[in-house]
Write a protein that binds this ligand. Structure first.
Ligand code: ADP
Ligand code: F6P
Length: 323
């Protein structure tokens, strides 16, 4: 193992830069040449690889986004695209690849390994925390803190006007951001895609809140909720009930930007060291995760086969505390 490459792929997440820094510096520490791939699989297909040394990653541990840029690449879904990518890795004499991204990026890495024998290690970079094989993904902690801060701010204005707010947070297929930021922000109700909801049950909850003396309420909605997005739910509530004057805030991509928290920086740093050392140990087709206090290596397939489970216990906590 002499030359390794690193890329970020899929949706960006705060802490990806800390992860790149950790990979580049761990590589240098062990005497490896490290190449950075610009724009994920798209850049690999185009052959955009450049050498990176420890000074190229100075001053980025605190920066959101990814200096390597990221992309979603349809061409890589096809065997021809992957063959082009593998040819560039061969041309640059890359002995191992580290992919920082979500489970889609891992599926791509798995295929690169199976079809072209490229040793690959994954690092979980996504704000959704919906990857199996790890307790936490890089970026989740930052995202929930941004969402929580937004909820805090909205509560100030909601309380001042006796208003009810629907706050939409990210998570197409996962309600984790919604659950955690909702509990941390003291939300009256949390809607997640994993648990069926409808407008009627939201109205019922709002009425109970009113009867219990609440003059303003916050409902946190995961963007992928089956009852619709926050705007649709608020419109449905207005149509079918006396709650006509609610407000909707979609936090959106604000959750993906900004300086990563200490937790995400340290998580990314630990995972980066482990990922490079895994390649040195001739590991492949694995992802780095954290389990309790330890970093662990798991098969890449665990990422999508054992996605982070929905925890009804957390929703129960929110429910009890909103009495
Ligand atoms: P994430 O990694 O955040 O889950 P995506 O699902 O968008 O993001 O995946 C990122 C990229 O990984 C895709 O644009 C595609 O290039 C590649 N990819 C995703 N799924 C597959 C697959 N089944 N086979 C090959 N490549 C894939
Ligand atoms: O997977 C991360 C994520 O931010 C999801 O929470 C969200 O649904 C999606 O990416 C948004 O994707 P895009 O970058 O295409 O807007």
């Amino acid at each position: 193992m002499k030359r390794i490459a690193v890329m970020t792929s899929g949706g960006d997440s705060p802490g990806m830069n800390a992860a790149i820094r950790a990979v580049v510096r761990t590589g240098a520490y062990h005497g490896l040449k490290v190449l950075g791939i610009d724009r994920g699989y798209h850049g690999l297909i185009e052959g955009h690889l450049k050498p990176m040394g420890p000074r190229d990653v100075s001053g980025i541990i605190n920066r959101g986004g990814t200096i390597l840029h990221t992309a979603r690449c349809a061409e890589f879904l096809e065997p021809e695209g992957r063959a082009k990518a593998a040819a560039h890795l061969k041309e640059h004499k890359v002995d191992g690849l580290i992919v920082i991204g979500g489970d889609g990026s891992y599926r791509g890495a798995q295929k690169l390994f199976e079809e072209h024998g490229v040793p690959c290690i994954g690092m979980p970079g996504t704000i959704d925390n919906d990857i199996g094989g790890t307790d936490y993904t890089i970026g989740f902690d930052t995202a929930i803190n941004i969402a929580m801060e937004a909820i805090d701010r909205l509560r100030d204005t909601a309380a001042s006007h006796d208003r009810t707010f629907f706050v939409e947070v990210m998570g197409r297929h996962s309600g984790y951001i919604s659950m955690i930021s909702g509990i941390a922000g003291g939300a009256e109700e949390i809607l997640v895609p994993e648990q069926p909801t409808d407008v009627e049950s939201v109205i019922e909850m709002l009425r109970k809140g009113r009867e219990a003396g609440k003059r303003s309420m916050i409902i946190v909605v995961a963007e992928g909720d089956d009852a619709g997005d926050a705007l649709e739910i608020s419109r449905g509530v207005a149509e079918k009930s006396e709650f006509k004057d609610t407000r909707v805030t979609v936090i959106g991509h604000l959750q993906r930007g900004g300086s990563p928290t200490a937790f995400d920086r340290v998580l990314a740093s630990r995972m980066g060291v482990r990922a490079v050392e895994a390649l040195l140990e001739r590991e492949s087709g694995k992802m780095v995760g954290v389990s309790g206090q330890h970093t662990v290596l798991r098969p890449l397939s665990e990422a999508w086969e054992c996605r982070t489970r929905f925890d009804p216990g957390l929703l129960r906590v929110a429910h009890i505390l909103s009495v």
